[in-house]
Structure formats: structure tokens, C-alpha cells
Ligand binder design. Structure first.
Ligand code: NDP
Ligand code: PYC
Length: 337
């Protein structure tokens, strides 16, 4: 990545991204939701899903593949179940539309499921779960993406990079949050490595002949990724396909055909979110128990919790502004016209 030259206040970056989304055909509401998500990723140093994604959002919108003005349809299907048809739009506005109902169900029933289908998710997943933990709830989410991962023991790609994100409150601390692709590396990081001319560590992917390769360009040119942790990551990726697609009514990662929409990059799949109110089983003790677990992990030598790097980057961004490289800045200006 080239040297950082801009340090922007978060709100300024958010407004710029909002303008770009609206200029390329989204409603103001969708623009706000996506801009907040993308600016948050940049602020937290989650670079594979920060402003790096903007050209692909724009080419997707211009291709007509996604409806940037979709109005999600929320359905109250059972005491602990909410279903949303995102109407071919983005997943984040669908979550926003259902959020209040989801939380009230989780608080009354103790657990609630949000099943989103007919949706496009092209972002980091932690922004979808972290706010629940900030309200004292536990949240788990999965989303499937686009075929580029070879199931363990198979010869061809089938699964998406299929991330899993989890968030839980922790007394006196930032929430405990992890968010990880079930592939050995996120597709976004492969693109970044290819652009920088860097090699990947071994065990991440194969070339178009199915041979192991460390060359990100070979992976992108007809090759594929591998699941993390062999058969274990592969089983989790399969679970994500089942929960995010089969259960929600969305597409599996291999079921959509975007070939008639050159420039389309956003996977048209589904997303599942499960929200649990820990107060139903342990009163107000859950966050204290979380804290105790962290304490014990640190006592045995743990130096870094998942999520900790992001929270540190967030603090730095609050002090110094959100870092955007010269190249990224020029790209954003061009997209903003
Ligand atoms: P990483 O491998 O970078 O990180 C995974 C998790 O592990 C993070 O919570 C991270 O915390 C934590 N972590 C990393 N290193 C350490 C360490 N040394 N010790 C303890 N914890 C650590 O993420 P991925 O590359 O797998 O995924 C990147 C992003 O891509 C995710 O946000 C994911 O949602 C997104 N993605 C989105 C897809 C979609 O379809 N929308 C598809 C695939 C991926 P920290 O954040 O603090 O670094
Ligand atoms: O980085 O693997 C990825 C990804 C897929 C869809 C959005 N991000």
C-alpha cells in the first residue's frame, strides 16, 4: 500500500462515501447504511473491506446487478423469528429494517433469528454483530459469498469465503468480537496481495490446474482458495452455506449467474443472524463471566484478543483521523466525480 497521506475525520469520509453511493444509484437510506459500514471498516484498519471495496460497489451498481433502491420486506414469522426479503438489494439495509423487531424478540423470547434472503453482502461482518454486544446481547452471524473455495477433499471450487462473526459483551471492556472467513484467506486480501505484487503464505490456494500456489494472481486467474484448517474449516464453510442460504431461502454461493452483468462483484446470497439475551439464563452475570475468561486467557500469556487490533485502530483514527492512502483518495475523488 502506498504511503498514507490523508487523515480524515470519520464523518467526512462517511459523507464522501454516501455521495458516491447516491451518485451511482442508491437511495439516500441505502447510501447511509453502506457508507457507515465501509467507513467503519476503514477506520478500524479492516482494509480488505474498507474504501478498497468502493470501485467494485460502483461497478456493481452500474451493471444493474443489485437494486440500490430496494425496500426490504420484513416479515414477523414467529415469536423468535424474523424473515427479510432484501428485494435484490444490500443486506445491511435489510438488517437495519428488521433490527428493532429482532432485538425486541430476543429480549422477550431470549433468542431470535433473523433470516435475510435475496440480498447482497460485500462487506466485513463484524459491523453487523458488534452493536448487539454493545447492548448486552450475544450475536452470531454467517453470510455466504461466491464460489471460489474448494471443499476439503474435492477438486473444484464450490463454497464461498463464507465468514462467521460473533460478538459478546465483556464487563468494563470492549465487546469480544471475532470475524473470520472460513477460507484460508479472504478474497479481498488475495486481491490486495496481487495488486502489491506480494506472494501469499503456503496453503492458501491453488492455480487453475489445481496445483498449490502462493501466487495471488494465479488464484485470481482461474485458481481457487482452500478452506482454513482443512476438513474443519471446510465443515464450517458448509455450515455457512446451509444457514445463510438453505435456511434463509437465499442462493448458495454457486447458484447465481452474474455473467450478464459485467462489472458485478457482490454475491447475491443470504445471511443469518442469531441474537441471544444472556440475561435469560444468568441474569446480569454474563459480561462478568466474559471478563473472567479474558482475564484467564491473559494470565496464561495471551497477548492479543480477536478484535483488539481493530479497537486500537479505531482509537488511533479517533485521535488522528481515518487514514486513506493517496491512491485510495484519488480513486474516491474520481468516483465522486
Ligand atoms: P482475519 O484472519 O484477518 O481475522 C480473523 C479474526 O481473527 C479477527 O477477528 C481478528 O481480529 C482475529 N485475529 C487476527 N489475528 C489474530 C491474532 N494474532 N490473535 C488473535 N486474534 C487474531 O480475517 P479474515 O481475513 O478471515 O476476514 C477479513 C474480513 O473479510 C472479515 O471482516 C470478514 O467478514 C470479511 N469477509 C466478508 C465476506 C462476505 O461475503 N461479506 C466473505 C469473506 C470475508 P482483528 O479484527 O482485531 O484483527
Ligand atoms: O473478501 O472473501 C472476501 C469477500 C467476499 C465477498 C465480500 N468479501
Amino acid at each position: 500500500m502506498s504511503a498514507p497521506v490523508h487523515h480524515l475525520p470519520f464523518a467526512d469520509l462517511e459523507v464522501l462515501l454516501q455521495q458516491i453511493f447516491e451518485r451511482h444509484g442508491t437511495s439516500a437510506e441505502v447510501a447511509r447504511s453502506l457508507a457507515y459500514n465501509c467507513a467503519s471498516a476503514q477506520r478500524d484498519g479492516a482494509h480488505s473491506h474498507g474504501v478498497f471495496r468502493m470501485p467494485a460497489y460502483v461497478s456493481t451498481l452500474n451493471s444493474g446487478w443489485v437494486d440500490g433502491k430496494a425496500q426490504p420486506q420484513v416479515e414477523d414469522v414467529a415469536s423468535g423469528y424474523v424473515r427479510v426479503d432484501a428485494q435484490g438489494g444490500f443486506a445491511q439495509p435489510a438488517l437495519a429494517a428488521a433490527r428493532e423487531l429482532l432485538v425486541s424478540k430476543a429480549r422477550s423470547a431470549g433468542i431470535a433469528v433473523l433470516a435475510i434472503h435475496n440480498s447482497h453482502h460485500f462487506a466485513a461482518l463484524w459491523p453487523d454483530v458488534e452493536p448487539f454486544a454493545e447492548e448486552g446481547l450475544v450475536a452470531l452471524s454467517v453470510v455466504n459469498s461466491m464460489t471460489c473455495v474448494v471443499p476439503h477433499g474435492a477438486q473444484q471450487p464450490l463454497f464461498g469465503t463464507n465468514p462467521i462473526a460473533f460478538a459478546a459483551p465483556c464487563a468494563g471492556n470492549d465487546p469480544i468480537v471475532f470475524d473470520m472467513a472460513t477460507s484460508a484467506i479472504a478474497h479481498g486480501d488475495v486481491q490486495i496481495a496481487a495488486r502489491k505484487g506480494e506472494l501469499l503464505p503456503e496453503g492458501m490456494g491453488v492455480d487453475s490446474a489445481g496445483e498449490p500456489t502462493c501466487d495471488p494472481k494465479a488464484i485470481l486467474a482461474g485458481g481457487a482458495l482452500l478452506p482454513f484448517g482443512g476438513h474443519k474449516g471446510s465443515a464450517l464453510s458448509m455450515m455457512v452455506e446451509l444457514l445463510a442460504a438453505a435456511l434463509t431461502g437465499g442462493n448458495f454461493s454457486f447458484e447465481f449467474d452474474w455473467s450478464q452483468h459485467p462489472g458485478a462483484k457482490t454475491p447475491w446470497t443470504g445471511q443469518l443472524i442469531i441474537v441471544i439475551d444472556p440475561a435469560k439464563s444468568v441474569g446480569n452475570r454474563f459480561a462478568e463471566r466474559s471478563r473472567e475468561l479474558v482475564r484467564q486467557m491473559q494470565a496464561v500469556g495471551l497477548q492479543r484478543m480477536p478484535g483488539e487490533r481493530r479497537f486500537r485502530e479505531r482509537e488511533l483514527s479517533a485521535r488522528e483521523g481515518v487514514m486513506v492512502t493517496a491512491e485510495e483518495w484519488a480513486g474516491l475523488q474520481a468516483l465522486a466525480g
